[in-house]
Ligand binder design. Structure first.
Ligand SMILES: Nc1ncnc2c1ncn2[C@@H]1O[C@H](COP(=O)(O)OP(=O)(O)OP(=O)(O)O)[C@@H](O)[C@H]1O
Length: 709
């Protein structure tokens, strides 16, 4: 008897060889197409690189300006990245994650077993209905099903629970790992100031790691469960309607999978781009919050709105484009994976009934009564539906894999950059300079860092040290000076000449390109910036930062002793005003500019380092209180390194280090006359020498002119 259904692709003639031949041909055509596409894309990227002097933008992998061309997809590179990330997520066989994975595997097998049970039960219920057998119906539909529903609901919910627990565990491991690297020394500073491959480290650390962990935990069940289902249901189906039927079905899905993969747009790359755009958008908003007062004073709402709207428009445009592509792709998906597959399934199920050559024990026997055929059909279709669903899920998992590749790429890049920074390797893309030169990528090779750091107490020596910015601009070719304890130095020079940069090198924030820096251990140096950092926490925390209360107490700083520090900086009134030492506020908002600077000075007195770097840290403090604070610092044995444009501060220092802004500098002892004269007011009875000195120090002075005269 000729088959009633015509099998797609003529499979009824020479099933295996025809299937293999067609698969091969199709795979070959598709592979060629992909190769041509890849070459075309590479040519386009190379052309773009030639045009702007930079590699093609890194597909939104968090790169600023595109340092490297990197395609995001399921390829060798993705596997290599995953190989590095997996051991972080699952540190060993004895880990919690390994136990959760084992539990998940057990639950998945239990779920498959329940599906097999349910398919058989369904057949029996249908048979009972068709044969009007009430007793059998009650036994199957009520009693057996009533028994089955308990393990089913437990297993289903255990599945969800275990996947969520796994996702959280992966996130925990990755986040802690990232925090250890990011907050190791000053990596968090270097990642955004020295290196610029990563733009939104905050988004990578929060959202992207979370999404990666979530995708990874689902991927396991999305791949493992379908694989188990395929093996089991293929076996059951083979028993029921012939060994080759499951192979036809799987072969069909394999082919449609190859076609879909070839025709689908690169969704992984689009996900990575979307994530980057979302990060930029959030960053634009967080800037408004961070600088709300300045923006409000400038009346800059319109301008800021333009900025955030432009940022959001980019997201909307991109997402709209992706949605349309998903729509078109979804249609192709449904036709191939759902509907054509259903037709194939109908044929395979009915074939033993219509063609005795394919009849089996469980389907299509001539002697079988119609109710038995209905039961077999119902059960077998259950098997086939499960098999098809499993294959479909596997195909979808393949597509999710490209999205997962996007997250993998971003998280891996974060870890790679963190690792590079730890090893002292930096990369930076410089944007166009004033002279119109095009942007260029620069990387700092560790071999170029020929500078040497010597740790020695009580002295700071710069010996032939070049001051170089992260953009490789040389501010001073070779700087040499020596300062011992008790010799306070005032640093002067025009804006942008490198005064603060000197401290960045001293504090290891910037790499040392040459010469030798001799300095005490970092714990004996303390930096007080113009805008002091105020931590989250109590009022006490502001004074003892970064120490904890326990550490403060171990150093003998009770609250009573801390009050003494506050009175030196004339801030004693704050304790009552702000509700005591334990009061928690948003200190950056609550304190005035001058109060913040005085808190920072109290913090300096708490730490009492050997050397203090005072970088215009008293610009908002009145001259009389400033004087008291300087006297106290000197009396406490703290050697001062002061950057200031205020001539009134000269008298607290013995040496002057002055940059001229053109790469030259002068390091000289301040004469007695200099100090005495400046101690007596300004403008009256000054010698020519003093006027010159004041001019030198006041060079580049801006906002604090009023206070200094
Ligand atoms: N993170 C950075 N990356 C690249 N260049 C930088 C960076 N920080 C500062 N620079 C550049 O280094 C130069 C010196 O800056 P620095 O902060 O040392 O100036 P300064 O002498 O302290 O000036 P001011 O008196 O205005 O505070 C400036 O031209 C500045 O643009």
């Amino acid at each position: 008897m000729a088959p009633v259904f015509s099998l797609p692709l003529g499979l009824h003639k020479k099933p295996r060889s025809t299937l293999a031949g067609i698969s091969f041909l199709l795979a070959y055509v598709i592979l060629r197409r992909q190769q041509t596409r890849t070459k075309r894309r590479a040519r386009r990227a190379a052309a773009a690189a030639g045009k702007d002097g930079v590699g093609a933008a890194g597909a939104g992998t968090g790169e600023k300006g595109g340092v490297k061309a990197r395609r995001v997809g399921v390829d060798k590179h993705f596997l290599e990245q995953l190989k590095k990330l997996l051991p972080i997520c699952i540190p060993g066989f004895a880990s919690k994650e390994a136990a959760l994975l084992a539990a998940l595997a057990t639950i998945l097998i239990a779920r498959t077993w329940l599906d097999v049970w349910f398919s058989g039960l369904n057949g029996a219920v249908v048979k009972a209905i068709v044969s009007r057998d009430r007793k059998k119906f009650i036994a199957n539909a009520i009693i057996e099903f009533g028994l089955m529903m308990w393990p089913m609901s437990v297993v289903n919910n255990s599945l969800k629970f275990t996947i969520s627990a796994l996702s959280l565990s992966f996130r925990e491991r990755l986040t802690k790992f990232a925090h250890n690297q990011y907050l190791d020394g000053i990596t968090f500073y270097k990642i955004s100031n020295i290196d610029n491959r990563i733009q939104n480290a905050d988004q990578l650390l929060t959202q992207d790691i979370d999404k990666f962990a979530d995708n990874l935990s689902h991927l396991y069940s999305d791949i493992a469960k379908p694989l188990v289902d395929i093996v089991l249901f293929a076996y059951k189906l083979g028993e029921a309607i012939g060994g080759e039927a499951p192979f036809y079905m799987i072969g069909y899905f394999f082919l449609s999978g190859v076609i879909l993969r070839a025709l689908s747009p690169p969704f992984g790359k689009y996900t990575a781009i979307e994530q980057k755009l979302e990060g930029d958008f959030r960053f634009a908003h967080s800037r408004i919050i961070a600088h709300s007062e300045e923006i409000a004073f400038y009346n800059g709402a319109e301008r800021e709105k333009e900025g955030v709207n432009t940022s959001f428009d980019k997201i909307a445009r991109h997402v709209r484009k992706v949605y349309s592509m998903r729509f078109a792709n979804g249609i192709l998906d449904s036709v191939l994976v759902k509907y054509c597959a259903t037709m194939t399934a109908y044929y395979l199920l009915a074939r033993p009934v219509f063609d005795p050559a394919y009849a089996t024990e469980h389907m299509g026997r001539v002697s079988a009564d119609p109710t038995k055929i209905v039961e077999d059909y119902s059960r077998n279709s259950g098997y086939l539906v499960n098999l098809s669903q499993a294959v479909g899920r596997l195909i979808l998992a393949g597509r999710d894999l490209t999205r997962f590749a996007g997250y993998t790429s971003r998280v891996s890049e974060l870890f790679e950059v963190l690792d590079d920074i730890k090893k002292g390797r930096y990369e930076r893309t410089m944007v166009a300079k004033a002279d119109g030169a095009s942007s260029q990528s620069a990387s700092v090779n560790t071999n170029d860092l020929k500078g040497r750091v010597v740790t020695q107490d009580g002295v700071i020596v710069f010996d032939k040290v070049p001051i170089v910015t992260p953009n490789n601009d040389i501010l001073v070719k070779e700087l040499s000076f020596k300062v011992t304890r008790g010799t306070d130095v005032i640093i002067a020079g025009p804006n942008g000449c490198g005064k603060s940069s000197l401290f960045r090198i001293l504090g290891d924030l910037w790499p040392l390109f040459g010469g030798t820096v001799t300095k005490p251990h970092p714990s004996k140096l303390f930096y007080v910036p113009q805008k002091p950092y105020l931590a989250l926490g109590t009022f006490r925390d502001q004074v003892i930062y970064p120490d904890t209360r326990k550490q403060a107490l171990s150093k003998g700083f009770t609250d009573k002793k801390l009050v003494e520090l506050l009175s030196v900086v004339h801030l004693g009134y704050l304790i009552d005003r702000e509700g005591g030492w334990d009061s928690v506020q948003d200190w950056a908002d609550v304190l005035s500019g001058g109060e913040k600077q005085r808190v920072a000075m109290a913090r300096l007195f708490y730490h009492r380092p050997q050397f203090a770097i005072l970088d215009e840290c008293t610009s908002a403090v009145s001259i009389d209180v400033e004087g008291i604070m300087y006297e106290h610092a000197r009396a406490s044995g703290i050697t001062l390194f002061t950057v200031s444009h205020r001539p009134s501060l000269i008298r607290y220092h013995e040496y002057l280090l002055r940059f001229d802004g053109e790469g030259n500098y002068q390091f000289r002892k301040l004469g007695k006359e200099d100090v005495q004269q400046t101690a007596f007011g300004f403008g009256h009875g000054k010698t020519k020498k003093i006027r010159k000195l004041e001019d030198e120090v006041a060079e580049g002075e801006d906002a604090d002119t009023e206070n200094s005269v």
